[in-house]
Ligand binder design. Structure first.
Ligand code: AVJ
Ligand code: FE
Length: 452
């Protein structure tokens, strides 16, 4: 479920908020109760915080935004604030901080939550911008779910016996193999971003018109089988497929295959959440960095889509000329639409979720794998930081690339056609893949002339 701007009934909104907070906490508990205390305080990778840091940081942000800012309450433990301020200490330093031990972190989180539910009973959900439409509560539910994805990445990096399990996704639909390889997205202006999605975060705002030239987009994300062809063709050894920065990184980091892949007896295997198995060929490729995605696209004679192209393919309906909330329409994501919410611990085979297809025919734009785009993370025209500069504004610039669409590890509450994620172009531990695009203008002009 996601916030519905058209639900002015405060009772219903309170119920929706309570449900989203409970869903986030159930997931957080699942990710932290399945390992022992030693596992919770240990650092599994210098890229990640100890799980017990995420746990108390989730509670600390909830206390800060809901109890203090919305509720006007006094801090419960002001002395721990600096420990859980993501800007005070880089992740690599966090294990050496005097963090709350697991039992105390859990107690703190449940104490904050108890008080938040009391506050929610009586809090006004209109009047100030922070509470209108339940925004602050929605922001905190999304924040917890975002850290749940972060914790799932920590689980992926953790060595040791398997701690998590989930049902695998079903087989692809019968038409998956016969899908056209690419779809045409018509040129022209469309409305990008949002000004009325109640729980949209600041970087998704405001709605604005963007003119996009016609282009072709892969119908489905690039699969592991296709990516393996790039490797087999020597893609990692040919400088011409790589940007200068990409080639330098490929050399220096010794990149030769997606992270977590290795060669065993003449075939590719991958380790996922403690289980090693042959790479499923039909699955969207996962754990490639932006440089690898960009090199693959050039090898394939194509390019990564821009962020505006991605959003137009995902939201624009050429029949009505309107922009949808999701590829399939305005209804919140259900299990028939997309692989979201850690229901499965892996992407579904390419071609899955026909009910979630966009008007263009593209599938799996939402869910399965985050998709790298060609674009830097920049503010939209008219952007203003809300409610804090450190969510988005301090990251704008050329250092980060935008990812779209969400992965199997993203909750529906933190996933929209407008949702923007960003990371460094070298990052591979995130649940990211990609699809490729090419310009259509020249071909359409030719087709028009040829058809005359
Ligand atoms: C939007 C995923 C880049 O994890 O760094 C969590 C989300 N912001 N706490 C991150 C976030 C503050 C953010 N990303
Ligand atoms: Fe955070």
């Amino acid at each position: 479920m996601t916030a519905d701007a058209q639900t002015p009934d405060p009772g219903k909104l309170r119920e929706l908020i309570a449900g989203e907070l409970a869903a986030a906490r159930a997931r957080t508990s699942g990710l932290t109760d399945c390992v022992d205390d030693d596992d919770l305080v240990r650092q599994h990778s210098p890229l990640m915080s100890p799980l017990v840091w995420d746990l108390a940081h989730i509670a600390n942000q909830e206390e800060l935004w809901l109890l203090r800012n919305v509720g006007g309450r006094e801090p419960i433990h002001p002395e721990i604030d600096p420990l859980y301020d993501a800007f005070e200490h880089p992740r690599s330093e966090r294990p050496s901080l005097p963090l709350l031990p697991p039992a105390e972190a859990r107690r703190y989180a449940s104490e904050v939550r108890g008080r938040v539910l009391d506050l929610l009973d009586g809090a006004p959900l209109a009047g100030s911008r922070l509470v209108t439409g339940g925004f602050a509560f929605g922001m905190i539910a999304q924040h917890e779910q975002q850290h749940d994805e972060t914790m799932l990445i920590t689980h992926q990096l953790r060595r040791g016996d398997r701690a998590l399990s989930a049902a695998p996704p079903g087989p692809p639909p019968a038409d998956a193999l016969g899908l056209p390889t690419e779809v045409l997205v018509p040129g022209g202006p469309f409305t990008m971003g949002t000004s009325d999605e109640p729980w949209a975060l600041d970087n998704e705002r405001p709605a604005h018109r963007v003119d996009v030239a016609p282009f072709f987009l892969d119908t489905v994300p690039v699969t592991s089988a296709a990516y393996a062809q790039f490797i087999a063709d020597g893609g990692y050894d040919e400088q011409r497929w790589w940007t200068p920065a990409g080639w330098e990184h490929r050399q220096q980091a010794g990149l030769a295959a997606p992270r977590f892949w290795s060669r065993e007896g003449g075939q590719w295997v991958r380790t996922r959440f403690g289980v090693t198995e042959p790479v499923p060929p039909a699955e969207p490729v996962l754990h490639v960095c932006w440089y690898e995605a960009d090199a693959y696209a050039r090898w394939a004679g194509r390019r990564l889509p821009t962020e505006a192209e991605w959003e137009k393919a995902a939201r624009f309906d050429p029949v009505t000329g309107l922009t949808r909330r999701y590829p399939w329409g305005d209804a919140p994501p259900g299990p028939q639409h997309a692989n979201l919410g850690q229901r499965h611990l892996q992407p579904a085979p390419a071609g899955s979720y026909p009910a979630g297809a966009a008007p263009s025919g593209a599938r799996q734009l939402i869910g399965d794998v985050w998709e790298w785009t060609a674009s830097d993370f920049l503010p939209y025209p008219g952007f203003s930081a809300w409610p804090y500069r450190e969510y988005s504004e301090v990251f704008f610039g050329g250092e980060y690339k935008v990812l779209r669409g969400g992965s199997f590890a993203v909750s529906p509450v933190a996933c929209r056609g407008t949702f923007r994620n960003w990371d460094y172009p070298v990052r591979r531990q995130i649940f990211a893949g990609f699809r490729t695009a090419r310009d259509a203008a020249a071909e359409l002009r030719y087709g028009w002339e040829a058809g005359r």
